[in-house]
Design a protein around this ligand. Structure first.
Ligand code: NAP
Length: 449
């Protein structure tokens, strides 16, 4: 039986495989990509050219990526039907080929039943029927309300670690005086916490039943006019994200991992995250990791050479710490909600989401993605900054251990910004910079590799 319903798999190219905890990458890997909605295709085209050029320059034809186009959002609709914005083919291809990259995708935000996939406008029902055209942009590509494709991909592929490095590139405008001092990698748990989506609306019978149950059975009184959300945090979910963060720190010779939690208030969820995190370190990494307590009890406050320090900080304090003492932190490991806030706050410190790469990693699969949205007003204008997706491509190449190509892109990007050749979003904050289009920015990076 065919593996995919409608995908054109490249005739050449081989699969990346995963065995014994190791990714095995052939010289001609097949890598699926999702171009994305809105301005996604603009930034994807620039990114693909930059990645291909870096691979060619680094390996002189010995290595090359065979791209497999897979579909999600607007571009899936003409092929798979108007109500199928995330086809099984796409999920199956990423599962099959293990490493993939994606542009941003439209996500409905309001409670409306229809979404325009061209401009992200959401609208109400018109006599129960799908509107023929979007009243805002005139597009006929209207679909039914759907769940976030990003969240669905993370859940279906069990991509439990959202990994985001945050590092300043010299020349990028920043709101702080010394942006170079922040150089961290955030490991955010991606599957549980309040994002599990277990919510009960105010006034509904199920909500009233829960409120009555809590009052009668465990003596906890909740105002009767409350909505309720459930925040599950498990040993399983915690252990695997902390283990990933610790392994990363050990392999990359980072000095510390900090567990970020709000355990002083939420003892059995966030507090347990901290405790289970320390358990993982003691049980699995006793030879390589020193906890903050042991540092004082056993080592008199002097960190033994070559070991990773595991400490923890309360979530509100870490927001101050990354601003006031950024140099003291290298890897942060957090439950889902803290990580969501913290990733964007840290990205802002080094110049904003336009330059912040992201990745979602499971046991073997790595899905690399821009961290911003589809900015639909810039669709097709060849205007926006492709930096976030290009840097996600760098993470992807590093994940594949194609470090030479990754380094060339970093060099090309740094040099381009140093020469003050930038897209509009950076230019408006810089003195004497020249505005480039998305495609021109990609070309400049290639020329500066
Ligand atoms: P957005 O697409 O991130 O854009 C908001 C603003 O941020 C833009 O108008 C632009 O600001 C700036 N911006 C974003 N990306 C940029 C880039 N690459 N280069 C330069 N400037 C950039 O947020 P949104 O308008 O709230 O969301 C639009 C759609 O994207 C929604 O459907 C949302 O749900 C979805 N979304 C998807 C993802 C994802 O797929 N990972 C993430 C977030 C949002 P200026 O106009 O001021 O220059």
């Amino acid at each position: 039986m065919a593996l995919f319903e409608k995908l054109q798999v490249p005739a050449k190219g081989r699969k990346i495989t995963f065995q014994n905890n190791t990714l095995s990458v052939p010289d001609d890997p097949i890598i699926p990509f999702i171009a994305g909605d809105g301005m996604g295709p603009d930034i994807w085209n620039a990114t693909k050219r930059v990645i291909d050029a870096a691979v060619e320059k680094a390996y002189k034809g010995k290595r090359r990526i065979e791209w497999l186009r897979v579909f999600a959002g607007l571009d899936a609709m003409p092929i798979y039907g108007k109500d199928n914005v995330l086809p099984d083919d796409t999920v199956n291809a990423i599962r099959e080929y293990l490493v993939a990259i994606k542009g941003p995708l439209t996500t409905p935000v309001g409670g409306f039943p229809y979404v325009c996939m061209t401009c992200a406008h959401e609208q109400g029902e018109q006599s129960g029927k799908r509107p023929e055209k979007c009243p805002k942009c005139g597009s006929e590509w209207i679909t039914k309300r759907f769940r976030s494709m990003n969240v669905t991909l993370r859940q279906k592929l069990d991509l439990y670690a959202c990994v985001r490095p945050v590092k300043w590139i010299p020349g990028v405008p920043s709101p702080v005086k010394e942006p170079e001092k922040l150089d961290i990698v955030i490991f955010r748990e991606n599957t549980e916490d309040v994002y599990a989506g277990i919510e009960f609306e105010q006034g509904k019978p199920a909500t009233q039943e829960i409120i009555a149950y809590l009052s009668e059975k465990i003596g906890k009184n909740i105002r009767p006019d409350s909505g309720i959300g459930i925040k599950p945090i498990s040993i399983t979910g915690t252990r695997r994200i902390v283990e990933k963060a610790l392994r990363f720190a050990i392999e990359q010779k980072k000095p510390s991992v900090t567990l970020v939690h709000k355990g002083n208030i939420m003892k059995f969820t966030e507090g347990a995250f901290r405790d289970w995190g320390y358990d993982v370190a003691r049980e699995k990494f006793a030879g390589e990791v020193v906890t903050e307590k042991d540092l004082w009890d056993k080592y008199n406050g002097k960190m033994p050479a070559g070991k990773v320090l595991l400490n923890d900080r309360i979530a509100d304090s870490i927001f101050q710490q990354v601003l006031l003492r950024p140099g003291e932190y290298t890897v942060l490991c957090t439950p889902n909600l803290n990580g969501d806030y913290l990733s964007d706050a840290c990205a802002a410190q080094v110049g904003g989401l336009g330059m912040a790469p992201g990745s979602n990693i499971g046991e073997s699969i790595g899905l690399f993605e821009a961290t911003h949205g589809t900015a639909p007003k810039y669709t097709g204008l060849d205007k926006v900054n492709p930096g976030s997706l290009i840097l996600s491509g760098v993470l992807m190449l590093q994940y594949m251990h194609w470090n030479e190509a990754a380094a060339l892109i970093e060099k090309g990007l740094a040099e381009t910004i140093r020469k003050k050749l930038v897209t509009y979003d950076l230019e408006r904050q810089m003195q004497g910079a020249k505005v480039l289009k998305t495609s021109e920015f990609g070309t400049a990076i290639i020329e500066n590799m």
